[in-house]
Design a protein around this ligand. Structure first.
Ligand SMILES: [Zn+2]
Length: 302
């Protein structure tokens, strides 16, 4: 990160940056983790993610801000890049030969895939602590005891995950009455693999609240929500975008003409950009899973 030694906040950030696997709650595939949200504060942004080389992802909050809904071509250089591809699709579809031309359809699909690379995803971040569960016998009864870490961490939610936390959880668990119930109970997060009809295997996060309320754990350090998103200026964004375009190529004439005969009909949903095609976390909504049991941690409380 860039910082300034005259700025105490920057200095603290640099000092903390290498500590204990980061400041984020992470849940791996197949893993269950107890989490306690420690405040109802949230911060949300639409974030463009570009891959500049292997495992080098750059996150760029959309210059349109949260209110533009993730598409601000007149304000944000990356959204403008998306628009170029959407415009090209419109142009291709306006061609009277479009419905009979595989070549035009392949080009439209190419533009669609390319456009999606530049679309942002909504990210909402809160503060939480992670807990470690152990099962103990108390008077012949099995009880899950959860020990929470003392350091607060960031926890990020994709849009479908945040809907689960703020809507679905109240539908599925009648004992959840108000948003206070989100912070006065332990939550069991698990990342499970599902079979998607169209997409094949994908993973999603389930959130299951504890039936009983418990006292908030003691937290000794809390990261600042204001520091979550790395805001960049327009010229900085343009530089990153140009590097990405150089790396990935941006010429639709690159479509391999030999492949054209092998490609089937264009999908109907050229304009349906609601799917999370380039979701790095591979998260998708399947509300049914929220009701699944917590598996091996099945004590009376969960
Ligand atoms: Zn944008």
């Amino acid at each position: 990160m860039k910082g300034n030694l005259d700025n105490q906040k920057d200095v603290d950030k640099i000092k903390n940056s290498g500590k204990s696997g980061g400041m984020w709650v992470r849940i791996n595939k197949g893993e269950k983790k107890f989490v306690r949200l420690i405040s109802k504060d949230v911060v949300s942004e639409w974030v463009h993610v570009l891959e500049l080389g292997k495992n080098n992802y750059v996150s760029i909050p959309c210059l349109g801000g949260i209110e533009k809904g993730g598409y601000a071509p007149n304000i944000c250089p990356i959204c403008e890049e998306t628009k170029k591809h959407w415009d090209k699709i419109k142009e291709l579809k306006a061609n009277p030969k479009f419905s009979s031309s595989k070549k035009l359809q392949v080009e439209a699909n190419f533009e669609k895939d390319r456009g999606k690379e530049f679309q942002p995803k909504k990210s909402t971040v809160m503060i939480a602590v992670e807990g470690e569960a152990s099962i103990k016998k108390v008077g012949g009864k099995k009880v899950t005891e959860i020990k929470f870490e003392s350091d607060g961490k960031y926890i990020s939610f994709t849009e479908p995950q945040f809907d689960k936390l703020t809507l679905k959880i109240f539908e599925d668990y009648p004992f959840m009455k108000s948003t206070d119930d989100l912070i006065n109970r332990n939550l069991l997060f698990s990342k499970v693999e599902k079979d998607g009809k169209k997409t094949g295997k994908y993973t999603e996060v389930d959130i299951k609240p504890s039936k009983t309320k418990t006292k908030a754990p003691k937290v000794s350090s809390i990261p600042d929500l204001d520091d979550v998103f790395d805001y960049k200026k327009e010229d900085e964004i343009k530089k990153i975008l140009n590097s990405y375009l150089r790396l990935t190529g941006d010429d639709s004439d690159d479509v391999d003409k030999d492949e054209i005969d092998e490609v089937g009909e264009i999908q109907e949903d050229v304009f349906d950009d609601s799917e999370d095609l380039n979701d790095l976390e591979d998260d998708e909504v399947d509300s049914k899973s929220v009701k699944e049991s917590a598996g091996d941690l099945d004590d009376d409380d969960f």
